[in-house]
Write a protein that binds this ligand. Structure first.
Ligand code: OAD
Length: 230
């Protein structure tokens, strides 16, 4: 086995205290996607949207990586091959765990993006509507989050990795949001083995060869230990 491609979702950060989206009482139960996670919502009420991500940035800054994040960082370091980590998460817990290469396909809370010129820079802890872009000076700063209706980042590179994967693992993601939910099918088409980690089978769970049910802080370290042969 030479190449492992891993997709993580909100479930891997749940045990670090960051709420998931679709759980009962999750983020999408308290906020409407249309209001806080679409370009139209931002155009209608930028203050609401910027405050929503300010709150999440503050919460993520307080959070510590858990045993699952740490195990993946160890895998990246010690695996005798390539580990590619794609995350839908906008927190930085993989980086805090020491992971070197992380592809944030849905953007990142610690990033700011200019709606006028696409310049990206590190976000301040508290953003305000109308913050100016350090590149073009337009008052068009926004959180560097990929909203519904926008194109996720790094898609070409991700599909190239999926085409070469020997093993694809989906961890803590509900399989409701495309294109990420389609990665398992893409990896299978390329001949990869596929493995899901979740508390219950996800919406695309039937497409995986195997499912490991349980909290990520237990199942992921156990899997990493198996791969590293310890
Ligand atoms: P969801 O909230 O949709 O799903 C979280 C998944 O994690 C569920 O399937 C849970 O069963 C599972 N889970 C919860 N706790 C777990 C634990 N301790 N161990 C293992 N699994 C656990 O989150 P995502 O699938 O990440 O996009 O959501 C995908 C995208 O939808 C997000 O990136 C976000 C959201 O709308 C944008 O905001 C653009």
């Amino acid at each position: 086995m030479k190449k492992i491609v891993i997709l993580t979702g909100a479930g891997i950060s749940a045990e670090s205290g960051l709420g998931t989206f679709r759980a009962e009482g999750g983020l999408w139960a308290e906020h409407r996607i249309e209001d806080v996670a679409t370009p139209e919502g931002f155009a209608r009420d930028p203050r609401l949207v910027v405050d929503f991500y300010n709150a999440r940035r503050a919460q993520a800054a307080e959070a510590a990586p858990n045993a699952a994040h740490l195990a993946l960082a160890k895998l990246e370091e010690a695996f005798d091959g390539e580990v590619v980590l794609v995350t839908q998460n906008v927190d930085d817990l993989h980086e805090k765990a020491g992971m070197k290469r992380v592809m944030h396909m849905h953007g990142a809370l610690n990033g700011a993006l200019c709606g006028a010129c696409d310049h990206r820079w590190p976000a301040p802890m508290v953003m305000a509507p109308g913050d100016t872009c350090p590149g073009c000076e337009a008052p068009a700063a926004r959180p560097d989050i990929v909203w519904f209706g926008e194109m996720p980042y790094d898609m070409e590179e991700i599909y190239d990795h999926l085409a070469q994967a020997d093993l694809f693992a989906g961890i803590g993601t509900s399989g409701n949001v495309y294109p990420a939910a389609g990665f398992v099918a893409e990896a299978r088409r390329s001949g990869a083995r596929t493995l899901e980690f979740n508390l219950e089978p996800s919406a695309v769970g039937s497409q995986f060869d195997n499912i490991r049910i349980g909290p990520a802080t237990q199942t992921v370290p156990a899997w990493v230990a198996e791969i590293l042969g310890s």
